[in-house]
Design a protein around this ligand. Structure first.
Ligand SMILES: Nc1ncnc2c1ncn2[C@@H]1O[C@H](COP(=O)(O)OP(=O)(O)OP(=O)(O)O)[C@@H](O)[C@H]1O
Ligand SMILES: [Mg+2]
Length: 321
């Protein structure tokens, strides 16, 4: 598979020349054509910031500091907002966690789909209507023609998320970034949306970047996983390899802390402590404070992301094998 998106040594943060705080620190990974990559990690580790960097939607106080985001022959970090507008929603689309805040409550579903088509195509009104119905069918919204005249608040959470996915799919993106697309939904609806995403990936031939704190979601939908911790990539592997034998103690902790069927009565493993504040760890491994394998080396020297066979990577002085 050829590479579609290449994030290389990306540094993103805020501050001034005197003091600059990196929220993303040397983040590197690749998404290949048609592949599903999971970005996983606890709250605050930089998953959404990674997505927003790719979309060119960084908050006003945050800036690119170094590194690149290569999409084809273009470095997305170098584009103006106008240039980025042409790519966003067309080649790269994003679905956000909370469908109610990303849909506009005062416009019908039809209006909002039409916006997505109008911006990137020259379709007539009639063509836009046909395309809108077609894309709602793709995401399995029942009675799609009738739904065009409905407002977001008249739809259930699951249907709103399907509409969000439809809007993201409108212009046949090459990559769909889904930031916690099912977190706000009931478990049964979650499963339906993940199932839909899996199917779309096959039929639409697009890559998916699935952002989640839930390793179960990664297992169900992804080919490869990137594990992030405190603004850094700490492990990367195929999903099979990762679940068979995680190299990083943090990944292992994440796995042990996920509830498994049949083990519900037993006490769940808890990773002690919390993710350190961004910028607070100035030397050594960022996970050292919480790691049962940590030694003086870990507290003093920063481990680099080391590459092994089959693009497998880990950032740890004492990798578990
Ligand atoms: N506008 C901002 N200015 C300064 N720091 C910010 C800003 N937005 C986010 N951050 C910080 O950046 C870090 C990464 O945030 P991010 O939203 O990417 O985390 P996340 O992994 O998506 O977490 P979650 O699972 O809770 O969504 C956090 O420590 C957060 O406090
Ligand atoms: Mg987030």
């Amino acid at each position: 598979m050829s590479s579609l998106l290449q994030v290389q040594d990306l540094q993103v943060g805020w501050g001034n020349k005197k003091k600059f705080t990196h929220i993303l620190d040397n983040v590197s990974f690749t998404v290949k054509k048609g592949e599903a990559v999971g970005i996983v990690g606890e709250s605050g580790c930089g998953k959404s910031m990674t997505a927003l960097s790719i979309m060119g939607l960084l908050p006003a106080n945050i800036e690119y500091d170094a590194g690149s985001i290569q999409f084809g022959s273009t470095d997305l970090t170098k584009l103006t907002q106008n240039e980025m507008n042409k790519i966003r929603g067309k080649d790269i689309s994003m679905v956000f966690q909370e469908p109610m805040t990303s849909l506009n409550p005062s416009f019908t579903i039809g209006n909002q789909l039409a916006e997505a088509f109008k911006y990137h195509s020259n379709y007539s009104k009639q063509e836009i209507r046909e395309k809108s119905i077609e894309v709602l069918k793709k995401v399995r919204v029942p009675d799609p023609a009738q739904k065009l005249d409905v407002y977001p608040h008249n739809l259930s959470g699951g249907l709103r998320q399907r509409v969000m996915i439809a809007i993201a799919l409108a212009c046949n993106p090459k990559i769909l970034i889904a930031d916690e697309p099912t977190t706000a939904l009931d478990v049964t609806i979650q499963a339906q949306i993940l199932d839909l995403m899996n199917d779309l990936r096959q039929t639409e031939d697009m890559a998916i970047m699935m952002i989640t704190h839930d390793l179960g979601v990664v297992a169900e939908t992804c080919d490869r996983a990137i594990v992030m911790y405190a603004g850094q990539v700490i492990e990367e592997a195929t999903v099979e390899e990762l679940f068979e034998a995680p190299y990083h103690p943090y990944t292992r902790g994440l796995m042990l802390s996920a509830p498994q069927l049949g083990e519900l009565k037993e006490k769940l493993h808890v990773i002690p402590g919390t993710v350190p504040d961004i910028g607070s760890v100035t030397k050594g491994c960022r996970f050292a404070e919480r790691c049962e394998l940590a030694t003086n080396l870990c507290r003093e020297e920063t481990p680099q992301l080391e590459e092994f066979d089959n693009e497998r990577k880990v950032r740890c002085w004492h990798k578990m094998t």
